[in-house]
Design a protein around this ligand. Structure first.
Ligand code: NAD
Ligand code: ZN
Ligand code: ZN
Length: 394
């Protein structure tokens, strides 16, 4: 089959690799019809190289048609239309029974001391072959795969794999009080979907912080009060002025480890990136730092006693954080990988609603054949050509 493979920093290829096969009775093989490129994939493309091997298959936002099932998978039959969550969970362990699917004790990557395995996301997350491919082996498919009806186009359901439950969790964790305000940093697919979900849940005052003009325009069109990181010298003041001088009740960081505006940390990341992998990987795991400008802004911005929900991915083990401010402002912090299946029942009715209240049908800006994945990654990273959400169609 054809698959998108990683070969180095900004070096993504489409190669012919062996077809996946059933390895466990709980597996299924899915023929992929649509598969997203995520902001998380950009971290692999740019800074997380030391945790990948050449040839690793990327991708964790797939959907398609069940091709074959293992003997223990009774809930699925070949021909079913399914969306595959980005995290792999068994559905019945201690963590799963509490809805903490991203901490599943059956799939935890214990050798690395990490949480549940993810598709296509480094050795730290289990090095499971990903879903930017013609076929995907889905472990624990009987629990994980989300069955969706025939009829609407793939775009209607595709984002159940990641963007929708991730944004949903971010908004839940932000715990905006009734009548309260929410600031969202980063208007990529995740941040924008947070705007859509928060609107849907009745949050009236939403501030959207971003620097890419067409992303700001999209957020404005959704009714958010946009703040241009490039034009406003002081984002914190600009939002405070509009929130009785206190700041928003809640802030979502939808930016993560490659935030713009952290020159010193960017240099450390870049220098670490020049070392040989054998030195780089342990160094990044022990003393690695993230570019923290978005998180620092969140801490400054949120009102005293407010909540910060971090949904952007961070990976540094030695990040310096302003503990004095966090403590003094009595900030509540919630974060982590999305527990995808925990939110699906709440989201699905909105996708089955013909009026498409979350606007998923028009969410993608680029649809490309799998062969054009390298171009897709490049355009999405550069945010050129209006690239906002890129969907590959094998
Ligand atoms: N926790 C989870 O389960 C989960 C799931 C999916 C994605 N993510 C993470 O969410 C983050 C966003 O994903 P995405 O697909 O929207 O990616 P993206 O890269 O398209 O979006 C990030 C946006 O942040 C903007 N930005 C950069 N620096 C900023 C700053 N200092 N302040 C405000 N905005 C800034 C960028 O211009 C960009 O538009 C990534 O870190 C991704 O890894 C987490
Ligand atoms: Zn993702
Ligand atoms: Zn489990």
């Amino acid at each position: 089959m054809k698959a998108v493979t990683w070969h180095g920093k900004r070096d993504i290829r489409v190669e012919t690799v062996p077809d996946p096969t059933i390895q466990e009775p709980t597996d299924a093989i899915v023929k992929i019809t649509s598969t997203g490129i995520c902001g998380s994939d950009l971290h692999l493309y740019e800074v997380l190289g030391p945790f990948l091997d050449k040839g690793d298959i990327l991708g964790h936002e797939p959907m398609g048609i069940v091709q074959e099932v293992g003997s223990a998978v009774s809930r699925l039959t070949p021909g079913d239309r399914v969306v595959i969550p980005f995290g792999i969970a068994c559905g019945h362990c201690w963590m799963c029974s509490r809805g903490l699917y991203s901490q599943c004790e059956t799939t935890q990557v214990k050798a690395e001391g990490k949480g549940a395995a993810l598709f296509g996301y480094t050795k730290l997350c289990g090095q499971v072959p990903g879903g930017q491919a013609e076929y995907l082996r889905v472990p624990h498919a009987g629990f994980g795969a989300i069955k969706v009806p025939e009829g609407p186009p793939d775009d209607r359901f595709l984002y159940l794999s990641d963007v929708l439950p991730t944004a949903w969790q971010a908004v839940e964790y932000a715990a905006v009080p009734a009548g309260g305000s929410l600031a969202i940093l980063g208007m990529g697919p995740i941040g924008e979907m947070c705007v859509r979900v928060a609107r849907q849940q009745g949050v009236e005052r939403i501030f959207a912080v971003e620097r890419v003009p067409d992303r700001l325009a999209r957020a404005r069109a959704l009714g958010a009060e946009v703040i241009d990181l490039e034009a406003d010298d002081d984002v914190v003041d600009a939002v405070r002025e509009r929130t009785d001088g206190r700041g928003p009740d809640s802030v979502i960081d939808a930016v993560g480890m490659e935030a713009h505006g952290a020159p010193l940390e960017a240099t450390v990341q870049a220098v670490t990136g020049l070392l040989p992998d054998a030195i780089q990987a342990p160094l990044m795991e022990k003393v690695g730092v993230d570019r923290l400008s978005a998180l620092r802004m969140a801490i400054e911005l949120v009102r005293r006693g407010g909540t910060i929900s971090i949904i952007g991915v961070y990976g540094g083990m030695a990040d310096p954080l302003p503990m004095l401010t966090l403590f003094d402002k009595q900030i509540q912090l919630r974060l982590g990988q999305a527990n995808v299946k925990h939110w699906v029942d709440a989201i699905l009715p909105l996708l089955l609603d013909g009026s498409d209240p979350l606007g998923v049908d028009g969410f993608a800006t680029h649809r490309l054949p799998l062969e054009e994945a390298p171009h897709g990654y490049q355009t999405f990273q550069a945010k050129s050509d209006g690239a906002f959400k890129v969907v590959l169609q094998p």
